[in-house]
Design a protein around this ligand. Structure first.
Ligand SMILES: [Zn+2]
Length: 211
């Protein structure tokens, strides 16, 4: 929720996986893109993510349960993403792979079995990348790290994430100098999508990535 709404938990109010829509959260990236006339999609295998956007803002949603129960689940998401992206050419698509988190909870973060699952999910990502048009911009990131068998503390292993982006307007082979936060994802993608950045968003566009 922080990633899509560019505000920390005390502002969007979602602090557990059991959150249910009540008070509407502040508008996020998908609301902004939809209001600008863009077509948005979300494909995911972990059901709480159904709440990352408001009713009426997605043109396509695909949920197939499996992040916690089926180690092959991310490949099913990749296959559907490949079919949908080629067929519909949306302006923005969120593709979520959930099994690495489950492998961390089951086998331990950075264990051999965890890294095996990560490699398998990297193949799923490759399937999606191969299906994208050459002018697509792609941001790959996680929403948290982990240590031992869990996450949710303030230690560096939990708080540090990969954040990688490529596309026609993005610098190539460049290591970012400024720390990026979950809150920076929505403003950065809003700039790329050319949609307005709401005044209440707390993150910043990662300007240094642009060529
Ligand atoms: Zn987890």
């Amino acid at each position: 929720m922080s990633l899509f709404h560019s505000v920390p938990p005390h502002r969007h109010g979602v602090t557990t996986n059991e959150w249910e829509p009540g008070a509407e959260p502040l508008p996020g990236l998908i609301e902004q893109a939809h209001a600008a006339g863009l077509r948005c999609a979300a494909l995911y295998n972990w059901e709480p993510l159904r709440n990352i956007s408001r009713l009426g803002t997605l043109d396509f949603a695909y949920f197939r349960n499996g992040a916690e129960t089926d180690a092959d689940s991310d490949h099913l998401i990749a296959r559907e993403a490949t079919r949908y992206l080629a067929d519909a050419r949306p302006d923005f698509a969120f593709v979520y792979f959930g099994t690495v988190d489950t492998a961390g909870h089951t086998f331990g973060w950075m264990s051999a079995a965890y890294l095996d699952q990560l490699a398998y999910v990297d193949q799923a990502l490759g399937i999606v990348l191969d299906a994208l048009p050459p002018d697509a911009t792609v941001l790959v990131q996680s929403d948290h790290g982990g240590h031992d068998y869990n996450h949710g503390t303030d230690v560096a292993e939990d708080m540090t994430i990969p954040w990688m982006i490529a596309g026609p307007t993005i610098r190539q082979g460049y290591d970012m100098q400024i720390e990026v936060s979950l809150l920076d994802t929505a403003p950065t993608l809003a700039r790329i999508l050319n949609v307005p950045i709401p005044a209440h968003w707390e993150g910043r566009c990662a300007e240094e990535i642009f060529a």
